[in-house]
Write a protein that binds this ligand. Structure first.
Ligand code: PRP
Length: 212
């Protein structure tokens, strides 16, 4: 960890389109177009602040181990990773969606042990254990919505935003596991060592969130 620079890991993809305007309001602006560049690390208008743009599932890892001092990640990925390794001081209230169970609109015969396909295996395991339900977990990384119609699973656990993906695949949302939004996370050592600048950035981001 470089004590003179502050590195912030941002989640690429749709969430980034909502993150950058908040950062702009907080006066942190990348020096080039992050959507066009193939770079992963960007200088900003602030001499000592750099932005990384990486997969959301990697943001908690970079922040926990201090390669990034701060990060922006979806609460879904934070819950899946486990939130003990860093602080989570701010809800940016963007990229809002729900983490839900979903099942076929017209279910076939159920397996004795509910088969659940998801990429959120830790969350699903914990959720169904709390419900006292025994399940068989099937780890998939994408196209989860196909799993029930192909007989691979009885249910899925996935992100629901508009619900259109479920509907298009003859699935319906069932149980809400968690309301999701993007959160700022902070490395524990950085919070001590770089306290002044981190508090300043958090304050500006908080003002930006409140003014929206
Ligand atoms: C998420 C999720 C669903 C979709 C839900 O995928 O996995 O496929 O969005 O959105 P909807 O309710 O508005 O239809 P995303 O596009 O984020 O990509 P991912 O598959 O990489 O998670």
């Amino acid at each position: 960890m470089n004590s003179s620079n502050l590195v912030i890991a941002l989640t690429k993809g749709r969430i980034l389109e909502e993150t950058l305007p908040l950062f702009q309001q907080a006066d942190i602006v990348p020096e080039e177009d992050v959507f066009k560049s193939r770079k992963l690390l960007f200088d900003t208008n602030q001499d000592n602040v750099k932005l990384m743009v990486i997969r959301g599932s990697d943001v908690p890892t970079y922040v926990e181990f201090g390669s990034a001092d701060m990060g922006v990640a979806g609460k879904d990925l934070i819950l899946e990773y486990g939130s003990e390794g860093f602080y989570e001081p701010l809800d940016l209230q963007i990229a809002a969606c729900r983490l839900m169970t979903a099942e076929p609109v017209n279910p076939g015969p159920m397996s004795d042990c509910l088969k659940v396909a998801t990429k959120f295996t830790h969350i699903a395991k914990k959720y169904f254990a709390e419900q006292g339900k025994q399940i068989e977990l099937i780890k998939l990384n994408g196209a989860l919505e196909l799993a029930p119609s192909l007989g691979l699973a009885d249910a899925i656990v996935d992100i629901v935003d508009t619900g259109k993906t479920l509907e298009a695949n003859n699935l319906e949302p069932k149980e809400l596991i968690a309301n999701i939004s993007a959160r700022v996370i902070v490395n524990k050592a950085s919070m001590k060592i770089k306290n002044a600048i981190i508090r300043q950035i958090l304050g500006r981001l908080r003002d930006a969130v409140e003014s929206n």
